[in-house]
Write a protein that binds this ligand. Structure first.
Ligand SMILES: [Cu+2]
Length: 114
């Protein structure tokens, strides 16, 4: 009986490991700053920007480089209180990528893809 339980537990663990990841990475915008300013994701992950501004200030989370099919990856404008997201292409190479807000040049962040 104990062996059967162990076998089932092992099987479940193997299945969960084999399933493709649908990880999510979250970045906040508050005080016209990205928090955290350095965030980590894997290729294929969804990246979300939560705009936590108390005032009506829109932000974007936009890559400096053309990471998404020849154009920057971007949430597009996200109004205060809302969330926007994009999906990193599955082909994104490991490395560091700079991000900015299209409306506030001082808002900078770094994505580490590993
Ligand atoms: Cu902004």
């Amino acid at each position: 009986m104990r062996k059967a339980v162990l076998f089932v537990a092992l099987l479940v663990a193997l299945i969960l490991t084999a399933l493709p990841g649908h990880a999510a990475t979250d970045v906040n915008a508050v005080g016209e700053t990205f928090v955290p300013a350095v965030f980590t994701a894997h290729a294929g992950d969804q990246v979300s920007l939560h705009n936590l501004e108390a005032l009506a200030i829109a932000h974007t989370l936009t890559s400096d480089a053309n990471l998404c099919a020849g154009v920057p990856c971007s949430t597009g404008p996200v109004a205060s209180g809302n969330t926007g997201s994009f999906t990193l292409p599955a082909t994104t190479a490991p490395g560091e990528y700079l991000f900015h807000c299209a409306f506030h040049i001082q808002m900078r962040a770094v994505l580490i893809v590993n």
